[in-house]
Design a protein around this ligand. Structure first.
Ligand SMILES: [Mg+2]
Length: 262
């Protein structure tokens, strides 16, 4: 389907790109995506990569993008950074998450710890989640720590089928602590605020667009930002899959978005 009315490429300065299902799948470039990003940048647009991946450190994600010919230094925004934006410098934070969360908490000037009394608990996807980590989060929250989740994605798509996403771990902590988290990542307000800050004063509802493959996160994130949504059918939403409403753009992939904007 070609670009719908309402997508005015001439005013778009910021292209806010999801990663999985838009730029890559399992870190293999989606055909045409690196070239599309280069074209968007050559037209003077800033391309930022907004991802709910909180587990990987920023440098590791930037290096993986560079490996598919997408320079990305300073252009990756993660749900770990959004979660860290909800803690204050010098606060103590129990990290029940991956190294990306620890890095973001450190960068914020707060202190990441494994156990103990804390000002906040940040829960994100990690592969060493176990009973001890669950109890550390539970005990800190019950002692008054704020409960922050990086994101609520229930699953992570793999060629072998869905595997646990951050939402599965967050649900376990919420169940045992009997309280609900503040959620930082897409499509929630902390990620939107962080994205606005990174774009700077030129950001507005008419100068940015969100490109994503998942209606429930990327589409809702565009709504939270107040900007148009370009749906691409190169990830979890396949060709012909039904969607709840018509987005500003509905096309095959990022290359089609670049065509529509140029
Ligand atoms: Mg995606």
């Amino acid at each position: 389907m070609p670009a719908a009315a309402g997508l005015d490429g001439s005013s778009i300065r910021f292209v806010l790109c999801d990663l999985d299902g838009v730029v890559w799948l399992r870190r293999q470039a989606i055909p045409g995506a690196p070239e599309a990003i280069a074209r968007l940048r050559a037209d003077g647009r800033r391309v930022l990569f907004v991802t709910n991946n909180s587990m990987s450190p920023i440098a590791e994600q930037e290096a993986a993008l560079a490996a598919i010919d997408v320079p990305a230094d300073g252009d990756v925004i993660t749900s770990a950074q959004a979660a860290a934006s909800l803690v204050e410098p010098d606060e103590v934070v129990v990290v029940c998450g991956g190294t990306g969360v620890t890095e973001a908490v450190d960068a914020r000037g707060a202190f990441a710890v494994d156990y103990g009394p804390a000002d906040a608990v940040v829960v994100g996807l990690h592969r060493s989640f176990d009973f001890a980590r669950l109890q550390a989060a539970n005990a800190a929250i019950r002692s008054g720590a704020r409960f922050i989740a990086t994101n609520l994605d229930p699953t992570f798509p793999t060629p072998d089928g869905p595997t646990p996403g951050a939402g599965a771990l967050v649900a376990a902590v919420a169940t045992v602590a009997e309280t609900q988290p503040v959620v930082a990542g897409k499509p929630f307000a902390p990620m939107a605020e962080l994205t606005r800050l990174r774009c700077g004063p030129d950001f507005s509802s008419s100068t940015a667009i969100v490109v994503g493959d998942r209606w429930s996160t990327d589409g809702s994130f565009a709504d939270e930002l107040g900007v148009p949504f370009a749906l691409v059918r190169s990830g979890v939403t396949g060709a012909g899959d039904p969607i709840p409403a018509a987005p500003a753009f509905d096309g095959a992939d990022l290359a089609a978005v670049a065509d529509a904007l140029s």
